[in-house]
Design a protein around this ligand. Structure first.
Ligand SMILES: Cc1cc2nc3c(=O)[nH]c(=O)nc-3n(C[C@H](O)[C@H](O)[C@H](O)COP(=O)(O)OP(=O)(O)OC[C@H]3O[C@@H](n4cnc5c(N)ncnc54)[C@H](O)[C@@H]3O)c2cc1C
Length: 507
């Protein structure tokens, strides 16, 4: 166990919520530690997120349509006065300048919602009304125009609505990396592999027991995602519960050029059928049902869900096939049982020095407003909020050779020849990028992959996997057999085969 550490504010959990709060707090002269049980930031719910910024438009409307059809005619489930809605509304203004400050990717796309029959058309009218309530303009598009924009869509479509330009998309894990990096630049201490295992209440604060020793703190911010109820119980102040649902997504090869934007079929009870083009140009299917799950770490993919997703995708683009799949993954969404539409962003009733930031979907969309809210609450509880005159809001991304012009590429390679050695051929990622990712904190294969995209292409690490392993081992000065996929027991290699031969371990 390590020595006792002391801080004013302890943030538990480094997903998009915890890192956004850390970055917001780094503007002030406060002493803050951000602890994360994993070996990387952003690898909880954040990692599986679609990264749609719910800022009005058909993405937000889609999830409200089903609730609205159950209400008396003329009403919609949209509640402009809810705190969540207001925070979502701010995001369309906040994300573009923040993306510039932190040099993070952000795209703005069109989104189409499609009808195949009369029932679907009714749903589209509800979506149109909800968009109107949200102040988003939609336009009706006829069958011919739809096929002109998206020639590979099914011929069964009768009409659609479009919300041009409202769809902001991000890679949420990239935001978690950027926010954590910038928070550290501005003095926040980040402790990885540090799991909170117990909390004792003291006069004027807490003693927090972690896997790396105790930390005395005046305030706790609980941003532990699916474990936020567990953390609140440790402090004896839990007045909410969390429930989780899981669903499976597929990523298709970017070489199949079948879609230009995000497209959904009109929502049907219990059925989501959306295809989206990711920032990197792959098609992602969001077509599997949601199932309740007790264990938030249970991300096992199932063949039956793959079949379900492909069948859903083919309802939109019939020529999509199983051969186009390059990977699949499961995402676990977290909701609270107190108010399924709201976040728990508050000082705890049991102890005002314990603040909950238990955020429900769409949690990425509200990070900046939520972080400001939490920092305001800290100020209300007596933490002196003195701004730093030397706060630096800017952070630069890792240079990506495949985005550079010929000239820029040559200049970069002249400075560091490692940028000229391509390691991941599918995504064109150089050794220089991987080394820089490690310098910025990547400790695992997943850390490298999510920072650089090495291993995210068609061959799914078939070629670059061993090279990435070698580079991690070399740069971290650890044996190759100690490199993990994503921390913990996930070692990529168990033994060196020659050692096994020597010991008679291989028959
Ligand atoms: C499939 C899917 C699609 C989604 N799509 C969207 C979308 O399009 N738009 C949108 O806005 N939102 C979306 N969301 C929701 C969004 O991803 C979440 O709301 C958001 O990422 C929550 O972030 P978080 O930081 O609160 O939680 P997490 O990312 O889970 O972070 C919590 C962190 O706490 C750490 N932790 C837990 N216990 C401890 C402990 N004892 N000690 C130390 N650390 C601990 C965990 O390791 C984890 O890193 C989606 C979610 C899913 C699953």
């Amino acid at each position: 166990m390590g020595n006792l550490m002391e801080t004013q504010v302890l943030i538990i959990g480094a997903g998009t919520t915890g890192t956004a709060i850390a970055r917001e707090l780094s503007k002030y002269k406060t002493d803050t530690i951000l602890v994360e049980k994993g070996e990387e930031v952003g690898m909880g719910e954040t990692k599986a997120s679609h990264g749609f910024i719910y800022s009005g438009g058909l993405t937000a409307a889609g999830s409200l349509v089903m609730k609205s059809v159950m209400l008396p005619s003329g009403q919609t489930a949209f509640n402009p006065r809810s705190r969540k809605t207001q925070m979502e509304h701010q995001s369309i203004k906040e994300f573009p300048p923040m993306a510039k400050e932190l040099d993070v990717e952000l795209t703005r796309d069109r989104r189409l919602m499609l009808a195949k029959d009369e029932d679907d058309l009714k749903m589209l009218k509800v979506a149109e009304r909800i968009c109107g309530d949200m102040g988003t303009k939609t336009t009706w598009v006829d069958r011919e125009a739809i096929h002109e924009i998206e020639p590979h869509l099914t011929r069964d479509i009768v009409a659609g609505i479009a919300d041009e330009g409202y769809q902001l998309s991000v890679y949420p894990w990239e935001w978690a990396f950027a926010l954590a990096e910038n928070a550290r630049q501005n003095g926040i201490r980040l402790m990885l592999l540090t799991e909170v295992i117990g909390i004792k209440t003291l006069e004027g604060g807490f003693l927090v027991y972690t896997s790396r020793g105790p930390i005395r703190t005046e305030f706790i911010i609980n941003a532990a995602g699916p474990y936020a109820d567990k953390i609140a119980r440790m402090a004896g102040v839990c007045d909410f519960g969390l429930v989780c649902t899981r669903s499976q997504m597929l990523i298709l090869d970017k070489r199949i050029n079948l879609l230009n934007q995000s497209v959904s079929l009109a929502p049907k009870p219990g059925k989501v059928r959306t295809l989206r083009r990711t920032i990197s140009g792959n098609i992602q299917t969001i077509c599997s049902e949601y199932y309740p799950v007790n264990d938030p770490e249970d991300t096992t993919t199932l063949m039956s869900w793959t079949d379900q997703s492909i069948a859903g995708a083919q309802e939109i683009i019939p020529s999509i096939s199983k051969n186009d799949i390059i990977t699949s993954y499961v995402g676990v969404r977290v909701f609270n049982n107190r108010d399924p539409e709201e976040d728990i962003l508050e000082t705890s009733k049991g102890n005002p020095r314990f603040l909950n930031a238990a955020i429900r979907l769409p949690g990425v969309s509200v990070i900046f407003a939520a972080a400001r809210h939490i920092v305001d609450l800290l100020g209300n509880q007596g933490l002196a909020m003195v701004t730093k005159s030397d706060f630096n809001p800017r952070r630069k991304r890792i240079p990506k050779v495949n985005e550079l012009s010929e000239e820029e590429r040559k200049r970069l390679i002249a400075q560091d020849p490692r940028y000229g050695r391509i390691i991941c051929r599918c995504e064109e990622v150089s050794e220089g990028e991987i080394v820089e990712a490690i310098r910025r904190g990547a400790r695992t294969v997943a850390g490298v992959k999510y920072r650089t995209r090495a291993g995210m292409g068609r061959c799914q690490r078939g070629f670059c996997g061993p090279r990435v392993l070698e580079i991690l081992s070399r740069e971290l000065d650890i044996p190759m057999t100690a490199v993990t996929q994503m921390g913990g027991l996930s070692r990529v290699l168990l033994h060196r085969s020659k050692e096994l031969l020597g010991s008679g371990g291989l028959a």
